[in-house]
Write a protein that binds this ligand. Structure first.
Ligand code: AMP
Length: 502
């Protein structure tokens, strides 16, 4: 798929450009050698799949692609990481190619016929990238539109003509109100991560957008969970859908080697630096509970000569994209993130996930560690539990119905004190959807509904900064000589290994 200006402005341009260059290469290894051939996809798509190194369809792809190719509506229950993007992108591209003449060239000025709605900017960018990857041997054009950045380049891309529009609801409605986007040609519509959409308060915007779409269309709805509200939404949006689902998070979790280490709060950084020396890390995602904590830890790691970046809701869109690109490219092998900033993150080759702080929501534990087990790869998840987090640990273990195997604290570090109640002092970066606070309790959608029925794009960005944190100061948490003379033990990001891990 050729990109409109919208995609070009997205992260990480590097990957997309590299992939475009590979199209110059002669013939791609026999697509027929892959398990995808039985799916009867267009040969150009099979070539792109083979070039990506995919061997077999993932379970959600094997189940969703055949009925989708027949034009059925799809109700898919699958999480990010299962390969669900290709499960809808491939049949969509196939349908677009089926109506193009073989020698078709990109047609300037045409209006989109495919709309994919995503709850967050990051996920929208990733979906756009997937379309670009799978469609790169085709004249199909796409653009991604989301808030938090100027609308100019996105509008230009739409004006130049696109087939596939990937959008977050807020920006799309903005452009609809300004009559800058015409949805009357949409005949394939995807609502991705529908449960998150609802959690984030996007139900009204979705209804408005759907109201602007032609009635005669094919719709696919994907959701990680299927609460009543989603069932109702699916009944309204889908016409006799084929229902496909893949195993819930628990099976993903089984592929991950999990470990939990009890450690004093003040020794967490020292423990992390110790693990960096002994673990074979290519690329690691580290979760902290607060935005302030994420910034502080990234700074401490950089002070210890470890390339790291932080992403969280207080960072500007540009800063986030830059940090993600540094992480994705391997320039910065460590990404420190809060739960919300990491939503929908899909980065291959993450060998380790560290829970520097345990999450307040037990379900977030599963989402966090799943970042290291993308599409069949396995990974390592190491969680720290300090004296204030034992209640959170109990909740997590109850939720995953598993006692996480305990890891050893190095003898150089002090043992944690006796169990204590979890501290409520350090506030997490709140989930937009769960009402915030340790156990939610607020209204869905997080507080007061917006006046115009349209929540701000990726609401977490607009939330007030963290005001306080009682985590130890940098000087308290920092060991006397964090890396000592062991710096050489750090293995920089190794792309070939990361590719193997896929
Ligand atoms: P998704 O669930 O769509 O976010 O996909 C998760 C990851 O799986 C992405 O990095 C895809 O590139 C990768 N992926 C998707 N389908 C396959 C496949 N059939 N084989 C290997 N990797 C895949």
């Amino acid at each position: 798929m050729q990109s409109g200006g919208g995609i070009r402005s997205l992260p990480p341009p590097g990957r997309f450009l590299v992939l475009v260059q590979t199209t110059i290469a002669p013939t791609v290894p026999a697509a027929s050698a892959t398990g995808f051939t039985s799916l009867a996809l267009h040969p150009r798509l099979l070539e792109a799949i083979a070039a990506e190194g995919y061997q077999d369809p993932t379970p959600i792809q094997a189940k969703a692609i055949p009925p989708a190719l027949e034009g059925h509506d799809i109700l898919g229950i699958a999480q990010t990481g299962t390969g669900k993007t290709a499960a809808f992108a491939l049949p969509i591209l196939h349908a677009l190619l089926a109506r193009l003449p073989a020698d078709a060239r990109p047609q300037p000025g045409r209006r989109p016929s495919v709309l994919v709605l995503s709850p967050t900017r990051e996920l929208a960018a990733q979906i756009g990238q997937s379309f670009a990857t799978y469609g790169r041997r085709t004249p199909i054009r796409g653009a991604v539109i989301f808030g938090g950045v100027g609308q100019g380049p996105q509008v230009d891309a739409i004006r130049r003509g696109v087939d596939v529009l990937v959008a977050t609801p807020g920006r799309l409605i903005d452009l609809m109100e300004q009559r800058l986007v015409d949805l009357r040609g949409i005949d394939q519509f995807v609502l991705d991560e529908a449960d998150r959409m609802l959690d984030m308060g996007f139900i009204e915007p979705i209804r408005r957008i759907v109201g602007a779409l032609p009635v005669k269309r094919r719709t696919m709805l994907f959701s990680a969970t299927m609460p009543r509200e989603i069932e109702r939404l699916a009944e309204q949006l889908l016409d006799s859908p084929t229902k496909v689902s893949v195993a819930p998070a628990a099976t993903t979790v089984e592929r991950i080697a999990q470990r939990l280490i009890h450690v004093q709060k003040a020794s967490k950084l020292a423990l992390l630096l110790h693990l960096f020396d002994v673990e074979p890390i290519d690329r690691a995602l580290i979760f902290t509970r607060t935005k302030h904590g994420a910034d502080r830890l990234a700074k401490q790691l950089r002070a210890a000569s470890i390339g790291s970046e932080a992403i969280h809701g207080n960072r500007s869109q540009g800063q986030r994209l830059k940090a993600l690109e540094a992480f994705r490219s391997g320039r910065s092998p460590i990404l420190v993130a809060t739960d919300i900033a990491a939503r929908g993150l899909d980065i291959d080759g993450i060998t380790h996930v560290f829970n520097f702080d345990l999450p307040m929501e037990p379900e977030a534990y599963v989402h966090r560690i799943g970042r290291t087990a993308r599409a069949g790869a396995s990974g390592i998840a190491i969680s720290f539990c300090d004296e204030t987090e034992r209640g959170l640990l109990r909740d997590i273990e109850r939720t995953i119905r598993l006692e996480i195997p305990r890891g050893e604290l190095p003898s150089s570090l002090p043992r944690p004190p006796k169990p204590a109640e979890p501290s409520r002092e350090e506030r997490p970066e709140r989930s937009s959807g769960r009402g915030g606070g340790p156990r939610g309790g607020g209204r869905r959608g997080g507080g007061r509904p917006p006046k115009n029925g349209r929540p701000a794009e990726a609401k977490h960005d607009s939330r007030p900064p963290e005001h306080r944190s009682t985590a130890p100061s940098a000087s308290a948490a920092k060991p006397a000589n964090p890396r000592g003379g062991r710096r050489t033990a750090w293995r920089p990001f190794d792309k070939s290994r990361a590719m193997q891990a896929r």
